[in-house]
Design a protein around this ligand. Structure first.
Ligand SMILES: [Zn+2]
Ligand SMILES: [Zn+2]
Length: 343
């Protein structure tokens, strides 16, 4: 077949070779510029009707498909491009549009300028307006959070929210230090509930939630869910009295682990099952154990006062150095490290 336009031999459509056909039937009308809103806060690009975190270069073909429609009869036009940065917001694009039509591979080259338009994406706009739905309150039972707990809880929440921000459009609206604890205001009730559950399990606490109607969004009632995470009154190392027995707290997580100071046995408790337990003043330090007058007994000596007390833990008691728990009227072997400021 010969092209009726240029006379070249080869495949034709409507009597035209691919080059002449493409010239007579452009694939697209090249726009002088393509504007793309870009969030000033997070760098997201608005592609079609969706904000995306994609890199600009990777997003360009999708942007072109959305902004540069194929001319009839070309429905499916593909784009490849080379971008040259002119300045931070302007890119010169050299674009190759291509499509298949009646067995012919048609291409059209054009130039355009991609302009980034400073904007604010929906999540960032909401965040700037301090929007929130879920509230997570973190408190401790009968005490304020320790400085270490405050730091750890903040870090935990920030890391979890950062992950949620990458996966969807969640955010932390604000954090308030209050009543010896922390209040976190988050973008959704779902995120608040997940955070509260994970905090309670990581830091050993009980969880209660309540919700309150606060308005309507697109005709639907919107609730604010407040989750209260109450950390245990006890920390690792605390000595507690429960039902007459003394124990030391060896672990605080979903469960608290209490080690009986006399028998040495460990038992797990849910935080709420320790409501009746009370903390007992005690010291913990490395002490020298020596045999006492009685048969198997050993006595511990207080490193500062020199006071001596029989060690009342069960089991074989060895002489030598060991970490003991020292209360007002007794001494016990401990399974935890001693207070480094003593002994
Ligand atoms: Zn031709
Ligand atoms: Zn943004």
């Amino acid at each position: 077949m010969f092209c009726v336009e240029c006379g070249r031999e080869g495949p034709t459509t409507g009597g035209l070779c691919p080059a002449c056909f493409a010239r007579k039937h452009p694939l697209v009308d090249p726009p002088p510029h393509v504007d793309v809103p870009r969030c000033q806060a997070c760098g997201s690009l608005l592609v079609g009707s969706t904000w995306t975190r994609a890199e600009l270069d990777q997003a360009v073909p999708t942007i072109l498909r959305a902004k540069v429609p194929g001319r009839p009869p070309f429905a499916r036009v593909r784009f490849t491009h080379v971008a040259r940065e002119e300045d931070a917001n302007n890119f010169a694009l050299t674009v190759k549009a291509s499509t298949s039509h009646e067995g012919l591979e048609l291409v059209q080259d054009f130039h355009t300028r991609l302009r980034l338009k400073p904007s604010l994406c929906d999540p960032c706009a909401k965040q700037r307006s301090r929007y929130f739905e879920g509230i997570v309150q973190v408190r401790a039972e009968d005490r304020g959070l320790t400085p270490g707990e405050l730091r750890a809880v903040r870090t935990f929440v920030q890391a979890r929210v950062d992950r949620a921000a990458r996966e969807s459009s969640e955010f932390l609206s604000r954090v308030e230090a209050t009543h010896g604890g922390l209040d976190f205001y988050v973008s959704s009730n779902a995120l608040g509930k997940v955070l509260a559950r994970e905090l309670a399990s990581a830091f050993g606490g009980t969880l209660t939630t309540s919700s309150k109607l606060f308005g309507q969004k697109q005709g639907k009632e919107v609730y604010r869910v407040t989750s209260l995470v109450r950390l245990s009154a006890f920390r690792p190392g605390d000595v507690v009295r429960r039902k007459g027995a003394l124990s030391e707290v060896t672990k605080v997580a979903t469960f608290l682990v209490l080690r009986d100071l006399v028998s040495g046995e460990e038992r797990r408790f849910r935080p709420r099952d320790l409501r009746g337990a009370v903390r007992v003043d005690a010291e913990r330090f490395a002490a020298d154990l020596e045999p006492a007058d009685a048969d198997d007994a050993v006595v511990a000596t207080h490193p500062e006062t020199g006071a001596q007390r029989a060690v009342t833990s069960r089991g074989p008691l060895k002489r030598g150095r060991a970490v003991v728990v020292w209360t007002a009227d007794a001494a016990f072997l401990s399974a935890l490290p001693g207070d480094p400021s003593k002994g």
